[in-house]
Write a protein that binds this ligand. Sequence first.
Ligand code: HEC
Length: 120
Amino acid sequence: MKRPHLIYILLISVFYNCSYVNEDDLTEDIIIDDIVNYQDNIKSIIDNNCIFCHNNPPVNGAPMPLITYDNVKDAIENRGLISRISSTDVGFGMPFGGPRLPQNLIDLVIQWETEGLTEN
Ligand code: HEC
């Protein structure tokens, strides 16, 4: 009975992958009533998409960690983080090598900067 078992695992992983980035994530604005802050809104975006390389210590050629609030704030202020995630140029954009983040997540990071980069 090894084979049916394998099919269940396959089905679960296919479902997981499909549900991970659904169409709503890509098209709908995320409406935040409060001011956007690092702990509630931004950390998870960075954790899910960036720290694979921007760990501490950073790996895969990434030049700095994006683990803490200070790391991410510094990268926005001094390392062009927003132009990197906004770029459609595969050689320049982040995450390195693509795919580009869903637009609503990019917009949220931009909103965070506009509202003053608050921590929590
Ligand atoms: C697969 C590995 C990888 C992932 C994932 C990744 N990066 Fe990078 N990142 C790199 C590498 C390698 C560099 C250095 C090369 C370059 O500047 O293009 C870099 C450079 C950067 C820089 C420029 C740093 C400087 O001082 O010039 C920023 C900002 C940045 N990444 C932000 C991000 C953000 C934000 C994410 C997530 C949305 C992310 N990266 C995801 C590998 C990665």
